[in-house]
Write a protein that binds this ligand. Structure first.
Ligand code: ADP
Length: 249
């Protein structure tokens, strides 16, 4: 059997905040093509770990490898160029531009074309067409001309997914994709993620265990900054230590 390829790996990742260790010696391997979920009770260190991966925070110790390269000291913009893209930063969407314009700007960013400058009409037409196609993929085809700010919450998330896909990620980092959503929106966004991430790799932090059980190929459970368990949903959800950690919150 072939060894699965590992796209992202942390070794001994540690983050101290003034003497408090939020992440302690965490080793995680993310396999190419997997949806890998990070779960754990409140205060487990999920956000801190995620912020280390996205380079928002700098680790106290340990290393992060992406595609076999040590990216521990790389800046977010550098790793984004190599396809490691964080999604669900609402601020990444321009509220007063239309859905189509938002996606087009992401496509232009990928091409390295500044949207301030005049472009030949032909190029703009092509980009608009590609943007429309992406919007249709995420179910926003008929909202192409709607301003982002006017989209309902679940649709805003769909737009963010479209702008992320426009950047052609090799690894998507999703921060609580269903946070604050109604049950209906949760199921729409879950379906959407399942459809659009086909063939891509995802690392996601997600509180909703139904979403995790539906989407995740592999799950790392954090508790008090350490890896408590790892495996598929059935394995971790029946692990007594995991059940105990969740009961305590
Ligand atoms: P989770 O996302 O799993 O709820 P966090 O990563 O947000 O957990 O937090 C883990 C622990 O680290 C918590 O006890 C939190 O209080 C602490 N922590 C997080 N960020 C900071 C910070 N900037 N300064 C001090 N402590 C922090």
């Amino acid at each position: 059997t072939q060894t699965p390829s590992i796209i992202l790996e942390t070794r001994g990742l540690t983050k101290d905040f003034k003497g408090f260790t939020a992440i302690k010696d965490v080793n995680v391997q993310v396999q190419t093509g997997h949806i890998h979920a990070l779960i754990g009770p409140n205060g487990a260190g999920k956000t801190t770990f995620f912020n280390l991966l996205t380079k928002f925070l700098t680790p106290t110790a340990g290393r992060i490898f992406y595609d076999g390269n040590d990216i521990t000291r790389h800046r977010p913009a550098e790793i984004a160029q190599h396809g490691l893209i964080r999604s669900f930063q609402i601020s990444a969407v321009f509220p007063h531009l239309s859905a189509r314009e938002n996606v087009r700007i992401a496509l232009q960013r990928k091409l390295g074309v500044s949207y301030h400058f005049w472009r030949p009409i032909r190029v703009l037409d092509q980009l608009n067409e590609e943007a429309q196609h992406l919007l249709e993929q995420v179910g926003l085809g008929e909202f192409a001309d709607t301003k982002a700010v006017e989209l309902a919450y679940g649709r805003k998330r769909a737009l963010e997914i479209a702008t992320t896909i426009a950047l052609k990620p090799r690894l998507m980092l999703l921060d609580e994709p269903t946070q604050g959503m109604s049950a209906e929106d949760v199921s729409t966004v879950t379906d959407l993620i399942r459809r659009v991430v086909e063939g891509r790799t995802v690392v996601m932090v997600e509180h909703n265990l139904n979403v995790v059980s539906t989407l995740a190929d592999r799950i790392t459970v954090l508790s008090r900054g350490e890896v408590l368990a790892e495996g598929d949903y059935d394995t971790v959800s029946t692990n007594p230590a995991v059940m105990e950690a969740y009961m305590g919150t």
